[in-house]
Design a protein around this ligand. Structure first.
Ligand code: ATP
Length: 473
């Protein structure tokens, strides 16, 4: 593991962003919990996404569908038969690996074609795969397709008829509700259905901290468009969404030079896709997928109609023509966003003379805590009483911390570490003239303002307006 990754993991645990799950029982491999600051940051990411892509648009509606759906959904979508990863086991150390991760995914696709012609699959993989990364021997089993869906049983009887799955993606919830949304909201094409929610995949090798886990959250959009007459018709929508995803990343403060857009070659596309672009981020452990954008054609609605017998078509209000809309799907992983945002904004700043400070330079709207109320001295009843009143007044509108322990310098640093945009210091002058000191995270500049202006000023600062700190006070 890289140094930077190690530092981020320790930082997240220490500050209350991410904890290892079930730690008192020795942990649960690759399972993580989100602490007081982690959950606030996640909520800020999700709320911003929802406001931007759902509430802020006239062509989008949101839904929330069940985690356990009728198993026929997964037959129609192709997950029951095809949502598999190639698994090989090292007979020497018993480590299990995704064969397509031992080589590149595209090399594995080529190898699969070659392997089809061979009877001795085990011999083939042992000849062509690199040695086991765990024990460096080469003694693999033949690969087998491992279905990633979590199986469970619904009701008290465990038999074939009661088998169900935890959803491996949120997308199908939007497809099966297409007709409901159409009739209840009277939308016309193009329009989208969005959802934020949990998805579950029994990943063979979950790894890289919260990057690949078995339980995670997705923010997904199925954007329904008219049946394209020619390639440019869907490409126009595809490019529009590519641009939307880029602007979303800009909003999160992620430098474009840390993003790589990977156009997936035709032969590697998923069964439902005619075009996919992976947005990859430069994580400390390598450049890996952050988001995906796919053109899913009319694959899903068509297959749900076939499987269910229900009409899943759209009727053009002008021409009366009925058809299955085509779909552009932008998909965003919540935990991968969290990790990218922390990686991008985690900074160890050298202040000179051996002085260092850790600063989480989050865009202010993402900061878990927006302002910290700090009385200059503790046990000074006048100051702490005043600070308490200010905290109460602000905290119903703005996420605030109250802290009176340790020197003021240490308290500032504690807030810098968790990305708090401003600290409000209450001192003796506050008692005399009802003014407070505001100190900004990035510039560390301080200004004195009247207490009565606090709410209004903080609201501007959270929106990113820091001009106050650049004026000569
Ligand atoms: P990968 O190739 O990394 O397995 P994928 O292409 O299978 O990802 P999608 O099916 O496109 O992923 O899922 C959409 C999004 O959900 C991904 O872009 C990612 O942000 C997130 N995601 C997928 N699998 C996981 C996982 N195991 N843990 C955390 N997030 C995930």
């Amino acid at each position: 593991m890289t140094d930077k990754m190690q530092r981020i993991i320790s930082f997240c645990k220490e500050k209350g962003f991410v904890y290892p799950n079930s730690l008192i029982y020795g942990g649960m491999a690759n399972s993580w919990d989100y602490g007081p600051l982690g959950i606030e940051l996640i909520e800020n990411i999700k709320r911003t996404w929802w406001d931007r892509f759902v509430r802020g648009r006239t062509d989008m509606v949101g839904i929330s569908s069940a985690l356990i759906m009728n198993p026929k959904v997964w037959e129609a979508s192709g997950h029951t038969s095809g949502f598999c990863d190639p698994l090989v086991e090292c007979k020497s150390c018993h480590a299990r690996h995704r064969a397509d991760h031992l080589v590149s995914e595209s090399d594995w696709k080529k190898m699969e074609v070659e392997m089809e012609k061979e009877d001795d699959k085990e011999g083939f993989v042992n000849k062509n795969l690199p040695s086991c990364p765990n024990c460096e021997k080469k003694d693999y089993t033949a690969p087998r397709n491992f279905n990633l869906m979590f199986k469970t049983f619904v009701g008290p009887v465990e038999n074939d008829a009661s088998v169900a799955y935890l959803r491996p993606e949120t997308a199908q919830g939007m497809f099966v509700n297409f007709s409901n949304v159409l009739s209840s909201t009277r939308r016309t094409l193009p329009f989208g259905i969005a959802q934020i929610g949990k998805a579950f995949r029994n990943e063979i090798t979950p790894k890289n901290y919260i990057f690949r886990t078995r339980e995670f959250e997705q923010m997904e959009i199925e954007y329904f468009i008219e049946k394209p007459e020619k390639e440019e018709d869907w490409q126009e929508h595809f490019e529009y969404w590519r641009e939307e995803m880029r602007s979303w990343l800009d909003l999160l403060g992620i430098d474009r030079k840390n993003i790589k857009e990977n156009d997936i070659p035709r032969e590697e596309l998923a069964h439902y896709s005619k075009k996919t672009v992976d947005f990859e981020y430069h994580y400390p452990f390598g450049v890996k997928e952050l988001y995906g954008l796919a053109y899913r054609t009319d694959y899903d609605l068509k297959n749900h109609e076939k499987m269910s017998g229900e009409n899943m078509k759209y009727r053009d209000p002008k021409t009366g023509e009925e058809y299955w809309p085509h779909v552009i799907e932008p998909t965003f992983g919540v935990e991968r966003t969290l990790l990218a945002v922390i990686t991008e904004h985690y900074d160890e700043e050298d202040l000179g003379d051996g002085d260092k400070r850790t600063v989480l330079r989050l865009p202010f709207f993402l900061s878990p805590v927006k302002a910290a109320v700090l009385p200059l001295l503790k046990n000074k009843s006048e100051l702490t009483k005043k600070a308490g009143e200010i905290f109460e007044e602000l905290s119903c509108d703005i996420a605030c911390h109250y802290d009176e322990s340790g020197s003021i310098g240490k308290r500032y640093r504690r807030q810098d570490e968790i990305g708090t945009p401003v600290c409000i210091t209450i001192d003796h002058d506050t008692i005399k003239d009802d003014t407070v000191t505001l100190r900004e995270r990035d510039s560390m500049k301080q200004v004195r303002i009247e207490k009565s202006r606090l709410k209004e000023v903080l609201k501007d600062v959270v929106k990113g307006d820091t001009s106050l700190f650049r004026q000569d006070a």
